[in-house]
Design a protein around this ligand. Structure first.
Ligand SMILES: Cc1cc2nc3c(=O)[nH]c(=O)nc-3n(C[C@H](O)[C@H](O)[C@H](O)COP(=O)(O)OP(=O)(O)OC[C@H]3O[C@@H](n4cnc5c(N)ncnc54)[C@H](O)[C@@H]3O)c2cc1C
Length: 374
């Protein structure tokens, strides 16, 4: 079996890597360089926080649980330690408590902390105004570039071929046989690459890519931006990520990579509906200034890099994973929270593609659920 994986972002790289672990011959094709799409920009928080319904929460939760084994196999680091956020109003504290209660009912290890408990967890953190905090100890974050590189290195050691700078411009479909149409090959530039199965993992370009095969993927994207500083001394003693109060603008999200680099994101209140701040250099400079106002520990940070990209989001906010109803051998994989979901989607997609199995937990996330709503 020869599988062509289109897109070498974190999802395509993970699927390709897992396919080679099942002995499948793989060619990975990317229009640009691996991991340069949404994957590079991502805040990369591994979480199942605020994700509904239960099936989607659970999908993310399972994937978090798979991250340690996946990272170990790849030889990459996961920064564990959990996520802390705080509130500055009574309403904000009530919202945190309600969220914690809902998450606890789903078995997610979130709890409410008072100021003394926060001081115990993070003695150096000065939180500007405080009514309550919540802490989820299971969460972590990763260096997405390192993950993509390690997935592709593993895949290539097992015989996969990587073609970069090769945009797919067409998918050849045989519609002559009775039954569902089948993809025969992909076209890139003047080349035609024959294949048995095509995996589409094109991030924000999924609708255009899928359209080449006559497949509809209901999808939109929002603007995303993250700022990186030069390496700084350790910010946190225990936690891995910090979110500023959601009831007060600007929203500041902070994590620190193992080399000391700090990543700052300033998203919209519901970051799946609106884009992030940071589209211009002036806006990015303002975020850096805001970060210091929200968290004194970040005063006078210097921006080393601004990453900008498009956040892929399926129409109903949940993953789309599985063979397309329109073309029986085209497998679609796209999602928001794709960093969290990388081990699970990679592992389960590979089982489905290599063995023809149908993994039960993916049932609510099939492309055909949209039916005639597209
Ligand atoms: C600001 C921001 C913050 C985020 N924060 C988080 C977070 O905290 N936690 C989390 O889990 N997720 C987060 N995400 C979401 C996550 O980044 C994405 O879900 C994930 O990176 C998607 O990976 P992907 O491989 O599908 O897409 P991408 O990384 O975009 O990769 C798609 C690839 O397809 C290639 N491609 C497209 N069209 C073609 C073509 N015609 N031919 C060949 N190649 C093609 C592109 O070149 C690209 O390399 C965030 C995203 C953003 C933007």
């Amino acid at each position: 079996m020869h599988v062509v994986v289109v897109g070498a972002g974190i999802l395509g790289a993970s699927i390709a890597c897992h396919l080679t672990l099942h002995g499948v011959r793989v060619t990975i094709v990317d229009a640009g360089q691996p991991g340069e799409g949404a994957t590079r920009v991502a805040f990369a928080w591994l979480n199942a926080y605020g994700k509904t319904p239960f099936s989607y929460h659970d999908l993310n939760r399972r994937s978090i649980d798979m991250w340690a084994g996946f990272a170990h196999r790849l030889g990459v680091n996961v920064t564990w330690g959990g996520e802390l956020r705080w509130a500055v109003t009574a309403d904000g504290a009530a919202a945190l408590a309600a969220q914690a209660e809902a998450l606890q009912a789903w078995g997610y290890p979130t709890r409410i902390l008072d100021a003394a408990e926060v001081r115990q967890l993070e003695p150096d953190l000065q939180l500007d105004a405080f009514t309550a905090a919540s802490y989820t100890y299971s969460d972590g974050h990763v260096d997405t570039t390192a993950v993509v590189e390690a997935c592709l290195a593993t895949a290539r050691e097992r015989g996969a071929v990587l073609r970069t700078g090769s945009a797919i411009t067409g998918i050849e479909i045989d519609r002559s046989r009775s039954g569902a149409a089948r993809a025969e090959a992909v076209r890139t530039g003047g080349d035609v690459v024959p294949c048995d199965i095509v995996v589409l993992a094109g991030g924000a370009d999924m609708p255009a890519l899928a359209e080449m095969a006559g497949i509809q993927v209901p999808h939109y994207h929002t603007f995303g931006a993250t700022l990186l500083t030069q390496p700084l001394p350790p910010l946190f003693k225990n936690i891995a990520l910090l979110h500023s109060p959601r009831e007060r603008q600007p929203l500041i999200n902070v994590r620190q990579l193992p080399d000391g680099t700090v990543m700052v994101q300033s998203g919209a209140p519901d970051n799946t509906q609106e884009g992030d701040r940071g589209a211009t250099d002036a806006e990015a400079a303002q975020i850096a200034a805001d970060a210091g106002a929200v968290l004194p520990i970040l005063q006078d940070i210097k921006i080393a890099e601004v990453r900008r990209g498009r956040r892929p989001i399926p129409k109903d906010g949940r993953s789309i994973v599985g063979f397309a109803p329109e073309v029986s051998n085209v497998y679609v994989a796209t999602t928001h929270s794709g960093v969290t979901l990388t081990p699970l989607i990679g592992a389960f997609a590979a089982i489905e593609i290599a063995h023809g199995a149908r993994v039960e937990v993916l049932a609510p996330f099939r492309p055909e659920r949209f039916g005639s709503q597209i």
